[in-house]
Ligand binder design. Sequence first.
Ligand SMILES: Nc1nc2c(c(=O)[nH]1)N[C@H]1C(S)=C(S)[C@@H](COP(=O)(O)OP(=O)(O)OC[C@H]3O[C@@H](n4cnc5c(=O)[nH]c(N)nc54)[C@H](O)[C@@H]3O)O[C@H]1N2
Ligand SMILES: Nc1nc2c(c(=O)[nH]1)N[C@H]1C(S)=C(S)[C@@H](COP(=O)(O)OP(=O)(O)OC[C@H]3O[C@@H](n4cnc5c(=O)[nH]c(N)nc54)[C@H](O)[C@@H]3O)O[C@H]1N2
Ligand code: SF4
Ligand SMILES: [Mo]
Length: 707
Amino acid sequence: MSEFIVKKDVKNLHHEGEKLISTHCCYCGMQCGMHIRVNEKTGAIAGVEPRYDWPVTLGKMCPKGVTAYQTIDHEERITKPLIKKDGQFVEASWEEALDLIEKNYKRLQADYGKDALSVFGGVSMTNEKCYLVGKYARVGLGTRFVDYNGRFCMSSAAGGFMKTLGTDRGSTLPWPELEHTDCFFMSGTNTAECHPTTIQWLWKARDKGAKMIVADPRETPTARIADVHLDLKAGTDSALANGMMHLLIREGYVDHEYVSERCNNYEDLKKSVEPFTPAYTAEITGVSEEKILKAAHIYGQSPRSVVMFARGVEQQAKGVDNVTLYTSMALLRGQIGKFAAGVATFTGQGNGQGGREHGQKSDALPGYRKIDNPEHVKYVSSVWGIEPEEMPKAGVSAYEMFDEIQRGNIRSMHVICSNPAVSAPNNEYIWDGFNKLDFMVVSDFFLSETAEFADVVLPVTSWAEDEGTTTNLEGRVIRIRKVKDPIGESQPDWEIINRITERMGKKEHFGYENVQQIFDEFRLATKGGKADYYGITYDRIDNEEGVFWPCPSEDHPGTPTMFKEKFDTPDGKANLPSVPWHEPDEVPTDEYPVTLTTGRVVFHYLSGTQTRRISFLNEKCPEPFVEMHPEMASQYNLSDGDEVKLTTKRSSMKLDVKLTKAIRSDHVFVPYHWGKELSVNLLTNPALDPTSRMPEFKVCAVKIEKV
Ligand SMILES: Nc1nc2c(c(=O)[nH]1)N[C@H]1C(S)=C(S)[C@@H](COP(=O)(O)OP(=O)(O)OC[C@H]3O[C@@H](n4cnc5c(=O)[nH]c(N)nc54)[C@H](O)[C@@H]3O)O[C@H]1N2
Ligand SMILES: Nc1nc2c(c(=O)[nH]1)N[C@H]1C(S)=C(S)[C@@H](COP(=O)(O)OP(=O)(O)OC[C@H]3O[C@@H](n4cnc5c(=O)[nH]c(N)nc54)[C@H](O)[C@@H]3O)O[C@H]1N2
Ligand code: SF4
Ligand SMILES: [Mo]
């Protein structure tokens, strides 16, 4: 068992008879540094202590992080494989479960071809595991159908950064520099609830006079502390960003030297933002002209600024457009590649950054390589020990896999580390897809809503029972440490992949004995790619407080600041794409007159399978609700706590009203951390972005009726 006992006990955290093992929180992309307290005699977990010496989070944690350890030995952990018999799960041995998987996989591939199988991955896993999921699908099963939950999370950010900057590293600067930033332009990020430990950096900067502009249809705890709150209508970000750039140009705030040296297409962009006068921008977005002007002046006059955004901007059918425009805003001000300045998306899941680079995506291979590029296929094939011709072609995106189920092309799915029965849009379509599968496998440590549909559920180890690396929201590669031995018969995801691929006759390509071995192969697979991890070793991570990619060799220092000299495009210049204004896919009508947007609360994480099981968090927020402005409530004759029926073109559900003035009076908001009849994804619109294939979780049209 690899241990890393605390080096600097800065706050006298050590308790008699216990050891402190350093690791990181399992939930969001902040990856807060923490120690897990372990009883030296019994090995039992006693709790957590924040890591004050972790440079990114400095001892801060949120309510989810401080209770995360309670999932590890939770009484509802799955401890043995489960097989469904007559509609009920019964415990089985690993041999029985694997026999069943082998028999069904071989039968389905014999009857329908290799692509009858599919894999649906996730990024709450280490880099080592995320890397293996792509290899498992392509080499182990030989199928082209693999995609993952990052498609619902980071794909639009990735698409936008690729288009403008040429590569997708979520943040172009390291987090501790935020303290020295003069202005934060933040859109569609509820940082205070979703990346809470970032707020300390904003406070430090504000103590020195920094300004904050927040664009959100809701006055979130993040918007509440802003100098300007741009209360835009959901789905109107491209108009807002175009309007901001119109003013940057008109008011003389463009850094012309930077733009002419380092960017392409400025003249086209200038023409395309011409129509976006404050009046026109206000008309589309619903934000007052006065606020738009104030924001442009503050942002335009700040010497060092960071444009930050998250899912509010990205989870739209035009998410990639939005990301390109907000990135262009930072480029016009000449901010990218400099100290305490740049552009950043708030990476969502713990390993949302690393997990999106290494080939769980239907069209991607490790190191941000592309499966439609013959050179890339040749290189990765050589690492994997297959012929390039054996590499399957690109598959389809996460939601589109469910179209393939309906068409009868996908007959089986192995869901690893995701709960799409709750978190995918248009839930009923997803449930119908699961019911249509001939055979379904889920790897999880809890019986999630998705696992309930499975024929076989495989018990996996939790984040604290195995080791590996993740890549945090800055792009810093860090160590996750094993704290205790696995519960029951649970096994790490990589060992399960070993065992299934052995039965599929692919042992020579897998058969890993430990995580280090996977990490070394993974480094090699990324070598020479855009996301190059080749120079990163476990020792370096320990000694250097993480290493930033790209890091092409062991003597390379890593890259905390991106694009200092050039961008990752063929000519080294950034692009400034022109983007016209498009309406959201669904706009309010007489029948569905209100805009519904969805998102998060501080106490729950994603589909809620973990946080709903922690009593402290559940007591704080036991069920979903619909946030509504009192003005809208009075139109419908509703009071706080009344039950309403929400209906969209997809389905309907009932929820209690929560009155608040902190939302636009023409919008409602519902958090999405609950399943079945309480899942707001019964209602959401699966319209996909044309490039990123990201669904429009953030905007749809809804009808409201008093029950
Ligand atoms: N507490 C908590 N923290 C989390 C998570 C969690 O589940 N719970 N999940 C993690 C993950 S995976 C992710 S992806 C991140 C998500 O982090 P965020 O993106 O910050 O969270 P969301 O609540 O999805 O959306 C952010 C804001 O976008 C606003 N918004 C809605 N529509 C629009 C729009 O059209 N334009 C703009 N500009 N804003 C809009 C919403 O009102 C909301 O306040 O959080 C991570 N951290
Ligand atoms: N309406 C609406 N829907 C949304 C969003 C929204 O804002 N609005 N946001 C979207 C976003 S940004 C995201 S990221 C998705 C996330 O959606 P999901 O992918 O459903 O995320 P989780 O709830 O984390 O599900 C992960 C599952 O894997 C399990 N798990 C955790 N760690 C491991 C591991 O190491 N191995 C294995 N095998 N299993 C593990 C957990 O117990 C859990 O059941 O939801 C999306 N859905
Ligand atoms: S959920 Fe995110 S902010 Fe909260 S402790 Fe965990 S990593 Fe930190
Ligand atoms: Mo996410």
